[in-house]
Write a protein that binds this ligand. Sequence first.
Ligand code: AMP
Ligand code: MG
Length: 392
Amino acid sequence: MISVEQAKKILAENSERGQIIEKKLGECLGLILAENIYSPIDVPSFDNSAMDGYAMNFDENSRSWVVSNIIQAGDTSEINIASGKAARIFTGAKIPKGTNTVIPQELIEVIEVDQIKYIGDKISSGSNVRLKGSQSKKNSLILEKGQIFGAGQIGLFASVGVSQVKVFATPKVGFIVTGNELKEPGTPLKDGEIYNSNGPMLEALLKESGVKQIKSYKAPDDKASLQKIIDQALSENDILLLSGGISVGDYDFVKDCLNAAKVEELFYKIKQRPGKPMFAGKKDKKMIFALPGNPASVHSCFIQYVRPSIKHWLGKTAVWEADHKLKITEDIPKKPGFTYFMKGRKVNNSVELLKGQQSFNLQAFATAECLLELPAESSEVTAGTKVKVYDL
Ligand code: AMP
Ligand code: MG
């Protein structure tokens, strides 16, 4: 049996990265940029007006001008404004030659149809002109690789005209829930049966982690059937998760079947609660995680081992670290030798333990915001001690 730290180290060394592929900008939300992006153009690519108003060559001594042109946003013609003249101009329109300043229309009095007068005192030469390149200079670095695509990044790229980028491909992930006792929510239960909560939970955890291609499988506790489903799921996915059947019971066949499928063991059993009998393996570049069947174990093992490994695949860095170190609000007794992962809630910059921490009990998930980690060596962690906290 290995420690949590050893398990994470082994996974960090063995986790794979997705292939670098080209994607259209509109398909990049949530993906990770796999190249540095330099702006192909100056943005703005021309000096333009920041206001609806009038453009002229401003000088302190003159306050009235004759309007000789009207320039709309999108007008691409070359316009020259003579000295003493002004152009009616609108936000985003190209600043015409012969002018350097825009006076907003609110500060202008129209004396006659084509005669205007400036009635303010704050304008100086250059006011209200957005200069070429003032957002992005041509060939300047606008985003480093490793950044995740959100709406802002997509908007920035669109503004410089980038329509296709290199990103890390997302993995195809399959999960197999095992157990004869499982029924789907929405169907009646016989005595001795339970609802399959791991399946829907795993699917949601995968989606929350940025996985887009997900396949679910169900296997009975029968070796031949399980083997068939494992072989099929391995051939169809990059990452395979299993729930249940990995412990020491007479009907726990997952480990035997993974061996038969030539999955190489990275580790089996971690000194942790919940989730001791967790298995991780590899077959070529495929990652395999067999999680114990108890729902809290599935959830905790996913957050600690599967999610970081998926994030690594997606191209993220620093995926193995805790999100915070926060003080706990009460004394928590524990058995030394095992790392505990417990469901908690953040309160005033501390973390509070929730009721119902047993590995079969899902009630705490109704309000849990994080998992807190109690170190293996301690026999009691006292109130006020800072512990590692992982956001859900
Ligand atoms: P196992 O590891 O297969 O012995 O399962 C451990 C416990 O988790 C048993 O009480 C199972 O009934 C339960 N369990 C296994 N799979 C699921 C599932 N998909 N949803 C809810 N509970 C499960
Ligand atoms: Mg089982």
